[in-house]
Design a protein around this ligand. Sequence first.
Ligand SMILES: Cc1cc2nc3c(=O)[nH]c(=O)nc-3n(C[C@H](O)[C@H](O)[C@H](O)COP(=O)(O)OP(=O)(O)OC[C@H]3O[C@@H](n4cnc5c(N)ncnc54)[C@H](O)[C@@H]3O)c2cc1C
Length: 380
Amino acid sequence: MPDHHDVIVVGVGSMGAAACYQLAKRGARVLGIDSQSVPNTNSSYNGDTRVIRLSYQEHPDYVPLLRDAYQLWEEIEQDTGEKLLHKTGVLYMGFPDGEAISGVKLASKTHNLPCSTLTHDELARQFPQFTLSAGMVGALEPEGGYLLSELAVETYAKAAQQLGTKLLTNEPLINWAIDSNGVTVRTTSGTHTAAKLILCAGAWSGDLLRLPDVPLTVTRQVLGWVRPGQPALFQHGDFPVWNIDPNGDGDLTGIYYGFPMSGDTLKLARHHPGTPMPADAVTDETFAADEEEILLPLRRYLPGALGQVRSIKVCKYTNSADGHFIVDRHPESERVHFACGFSGHGFKFASVIGKVLSELALDGKTERPIGFLGLSRFCR
Ligand SMILES: Cc1cc2nc3c(=O)[nH]c(=O)nc-3n(C[C@H](O)[C@H](O)[C@H](O)COP(=O)(O)OP(=O)(O)OC[C@H]3O[C@@H](n4cnc5c(N)ncnc54)[C@H](O)[C@@H]3O)c2cc1C
């Protein structure tokens, strides 16, 4: 059968591109199908960069997964020669009992992670770029930094193709079915068969998964690029990835975070519950309020960075009900596995989730600690 594959991967984005690569590396015949081009600017990895950090307090099992993720980011860098991970350190700032500072301290203590704490005065001396309110302190995680997310997806997809993966782009999956021989998927241009299927369609997962008990909410999130008034203060090498939890500091809510200079701009964003939007909405419409969302933390905390907003982009979070990822076997068949609901913090895990999906598809199991990400928490 000429068009029969070992595994079909639907959604060659953050998780799917890494899965294609890991499958192909083990010799599987892989077909990757994406409804758009790879990479594209309408998926959840758009906007150049994503933060990576080890000190995760959200669940203890994220940290072992992250240790594997770091190794696997190094693996793809070595295999392809592309530099994807930049360890600039991550500087957390906030009040001592706020979520960010207490969380990073707890995670670094529990998992024995490198992390140094900074008093308000030490922070002011070491990072004079920030004008923090009285009482705010810091923690510096040297292993943290950022990933070049669009380049990473492109790199994984190209490396998978070099290992024989066939990639169909601009070809949306319409339906999938199981029979005794395997899986059949229908796209806009035809049907394809395989022994196994992996579904990782990001914001579009809701309809494709056919799991009514698993609500996914897609929200609109804003990214901004500013040309700073004093660019010398924010140069790569001197200035880390930063993260401010202003909770309790006047009217600011959510977490503000940003990156060192790239070219002549400084990128920043706000991690907060965004406005719900349809999964298939095109993400190129921006408003005056978006610009204000980007300038507000600069006025308050980074005055030297204030300047012209060069561009605003919109990106989608796909939120699960509890904020944790959902990675499991599909209840309809042991031939189908899926990953979705990355809730605005999944990219740093893409390397290890790709590996997990390849293990689930080829071995039917994984030794990695993904039990807490399973479906059982929704479908009792
Ligand atoms: C503004 C913003 C900031 C973020 N910051 C961070 C951060 O700093 N650190 C971090 O770790 N994470 C961050 N994230 C989260 C992270 O980017 C996402 O969790 C991750 O990209 C989700 O990956 P995914 O594979 O589920 O979806 P995607 O990467 O979007 O991939 C889904 C793919 O499926 C394809 N597809 C959809 N429908 C179909 C169909 N019918 N047929 C075929 N293909 C289909 C799409 O075209 C796409 O390529 C951020 C997200 C946003 C939006």
